[in-house]
Design a protein around this ligand. Structure first.
Ligand SMILES: C[S@@+](CC[C@H](N)C(=O)[O-])C[C@H]1O[C@@H](n2cnc3c(N)ncnc32)[C@H](O)[C@@H]1O
Length: 340
């Protein structure tokens, strides 16, 4: 076994322990808010955020070490546009020592060189956002001409430049009021490229779009598509929650604070990305144990059920869902190695 394989296995074992103990296992990390896109579903490109600082490499090191005291995390690196951070490769390398870094990007800045560097640094998974199969609609939604073409090209480059078979490349779509019919053509596009497909549900607290009630039953449609295409790898249990969530009738409580959390560009820790304006503490200035306790206290006091984004829904499905074995098989499809 190489030293890398040994430390990767050790990380996985520790993660499994945290998962079985239902501890904190997923952290969203906004390393900066700068963005070259002007998405209708997101407000982070407004002046209020654009004039704020980014996390330095040294601050990311501190965050990584403190999180490691709580337990290894899947760290979802986002923003803003994470590839605008000049130290992004080193950030991935630092996080990969103790955690599982994954990333969501808009695809604009992906080149062969950056793809190879990110994967060599230890990135486990990368998703590129694509919301419509129609290029003009995607560009309009993202506010930048050429966004669709660059995103699709990025997916091809990323898939071709992986350095380990278990590094996965996904397309991810935010399901909104007007793009359900786009899902099947997008899955077909992924199939052609040899990559896989994920969805997340629009959260109304961040964007300018309305949460119009669906004309059909989105859960039924999405689950039918999942049965039809094995390239569609979102968890069935997660998809099952879409219809109720859109109707505002989600039955379950939210486990943010207990199993997942958010850290922003100042090191402020909140339950989730929708509550960054109500931090429970700051991980750069406080001990890891104190942060964990504050998160758990906030979890107990939280009655919010308003979103059903994939970070929340996937963890809830895996940890608390009824069909654990089925979800495990589903999860395997999401992370299984795909030949280089
Ligand atoms: C905030 S973005 C940051 C990464 C990158 N700039 C991008 O566009 O992919 C991370 C993910 O959240 C999604 N997103 C943005 N606004 C959202 C909202 N209001 N509800 C749900 N997902 C949202 C994006 O489409 C993307 O898939």
């Amino acid at each position: 076994m190489t030293p890398f394989e040994y430390s990767h296995k050790f990380k996985k074992l520790r993660y499994l322990g945290s998962f079985m103990g239902r501890k904190l296992v997923h952290t969203n990390l906004q390393i900066l808010y700068h963005c070259n896109f002007r998405c209708r579903i997101c407000g982070f490109w407004h002046d209020f955020y654009q004039n704020t600082a980014r996390l330095s490499l040294n601050q990311v090191k501190i965050i990584s070490e403190k999180l490691n005291q709580i337990g290894p995390q899947i760290i979802s690196i986002g923003g803003g546009e994470p590839l605008l951070h000049p130290e992004i490769v080193d950030i991935v390398r630092v996080l990969a020592r103790c955690h599982f870094p994954v990333m969501i990007c808009n695809g604009w800045f992906v080149t062969e060189r950056i793809a190879r560097e990110l994967f060599s640094a230890g990135l486990d998974e990368i998703s590129v956002s694509v919301d419509f199969a129609d290029a003009m609609k995607h560009d309009a939604q993202r506010g930048v001409y050429g966004a669709f073409d660059r995103a699709v090209h990025a997916l091809q480059i990323l898939h071709a430049n992986r350095v380990r078979p278990d590094q996965r490349v996904h397309m991810i779509t935010v399901i909104m009021d007007d793009n359900l019919p786009e899902v099947e053509p997008l899955i077909r596009l992924c199939r052609k490229m040899g990559i896989t497909y994920l969805v997340t549900l629009y959260s109304g607290s961040r964007g300018a779009k309305t949460l119009r009630p669906p004309v059909s039953d989105p859960s039924a449609l999405l689950r039918r598509l999942k049965r039809k295409y094995n390239d569609f790898v979102a968890l069935s249990g997660y998809l099952a929650g879409f219809s109720a969530a859109i109707r505002g009738e989600h039955p379950n409580r939210c486990y943010a604070g207990k199993n997942l959390c958010n850290i922003d560009n100042k090191g402020d820790v909140s339950l989730c990305i929708d509550t960054i304006h109500r931090p429970v503490g700051n991980i750069l200035n406080e001990e890891a144990g104190a942060i964990r306790k504050k998160l758990v206290a906030a979890f107990h006091g939280n009655s919010c059920r308003s979103c059903w984004t994939s970070c929340r829904g996937s963890i809830e499905t895996m940890m608390y869902g009824k069909a654990f074995i089925h979800s495990l098989l589903d999860y395997y499809r999401m992370v299984r190695a795909i030949e280089l």
